[in-house]
Design a protein around this ligand. Structure first.
Ligand code: DON
Length: 304
């Protein structure tokens, strides 16, 4: 049997010695000052045993990782109609690029790039009575943890500097693919990105994607067909123009965020969350990518 704790300890030891940690996300001022020396990891196996190292209980901004959760909620609300407004192909572009959106008449390539997640946010704003409260309640229920919250300072910081997201939302609006007011949708989107969680909470929340759509408490959120689709999107689009590299090095469906978090899973085997705030040039956690590569290489466990 795989000794996950031994593997995490070895990863932690290696990460602690690393002096090439990448840069924190400077385009969101509140994230720029996070200590780049933080490093945490939490793994939950299919028998719900927990393993952790480092700063695994410290909260960080989940950022784009939230796009998987908003997609999950929207899919539950409107089902297959969602794919009329957003595609399922990898973009091969950075997460905030707009050129394809114009070439493809306002249908974002996939729901995990910013423009696609803004369309999903629009769907939730249309469907939910109290979007921010209801979305947070949805996540708290999956994680079975009422302490998960928005960081209002991070949301405000992004609202003040998120010019590309405003550009994307206006472009979507011009193509008729944004039904609600731009400011309302972006207020929701900036909040969803500003949810804070620890590695332990994140692994718990994403357990359902490796467990046929059922969370750790046994409640079903997605059917097996929907889980297959979301895991496929994480594999092909979860790391933007580095999705190929992540599949090549790590070999798991996963999702990153510019807060330095990465969550990844091997169906019916484990779900793992990692946090190291320094990013590589593509906006993905530098040590997080290396840590997950070591995890799948040392254990021999990946989808391939
Ligand atoms: O919209 C943005 O740019 C950020 N709130 C999220 C971007 C992000 O996390 C990309 N991930 N690697």
């Amino acid at each position: 049997m795989t000794d996950f704790q031994k593997t995490l300890d070895a990863i932690y030891k290696k990460a602690a010695c690393s002096d090439a940690r990448g840069e924190t996300a400077s385009y969101i001022p509140e994230l720029a000052d996070i200590d780049a020396h933080k490093f945490g990891m939490h793994l939950i196996d299919s028998d719900q045993r927990n393993y952790s190292v480092g700063d695994s209980n410290e909260n960080f901004s989940i950022q784009s990782i939230s796009k998987v959760l908003s997609l999950t909620m929207a899919l539950g609300l409107i089902g297959e109609d969602l794919w009329k407004r957003v595609g399922v192909e990898p973009s091969g572009d950075p997460f905030n690029h707009l050129s394809l959106l114009e070439q493809e008449n306002g249908i974002p390539r996939n729901p995990l790039i910013n423009a696609g997640a803004i369309v999903v946010a629009d769907i939730l704003v249309s469907r939910l009575k109290r979007p921010k409260e209801d979305f947070l309640a949805f996540i708290r229920n999956i994680a079975n943890d009422r302490s998960i919250s928005y960081n209002e300072r991070v949301a405000a910081s992004e609202k003040a500097t998120g010019f590309r997201n405003f550009a994307a939302a206006h472009l979507l609006k011009s193509y008729g693919n944004l039904k609600n007011d731009v400011d309302l949708v972006l207020d929701f989107y900036f909040h969803q990105c500003a949810i804070e969680m620890s590695c332990a909470q994140l692994a718990k929340t994403f357990f359902l994607y490796g467990n046929g759509g059922r969370c750790m408490q046994g409640q079903g959120y997605l059917n097996t067909h929907q889980v297959k689709r979301i895991n496929a999107l994480m594999l092909t689009c979860g790391f933007y123009d580095e999705a190929g590299e992540f599949a090549f090095e790590v070999g798991l469906p996963g999702k990153s965020g510019v807060g330095g978090g990465i969550v990844a899973l091997l169906p019916n085997t484990f779900c793992v969350a990692c946090w190291s705030p320094g990013l590589n040039k593509k906006g993905n956690s530098k040590l997080g990518m290396e840590a997950l590569e070591k995890l799948t290489s040392d254990t021999g466990l990946s989808i391939f």
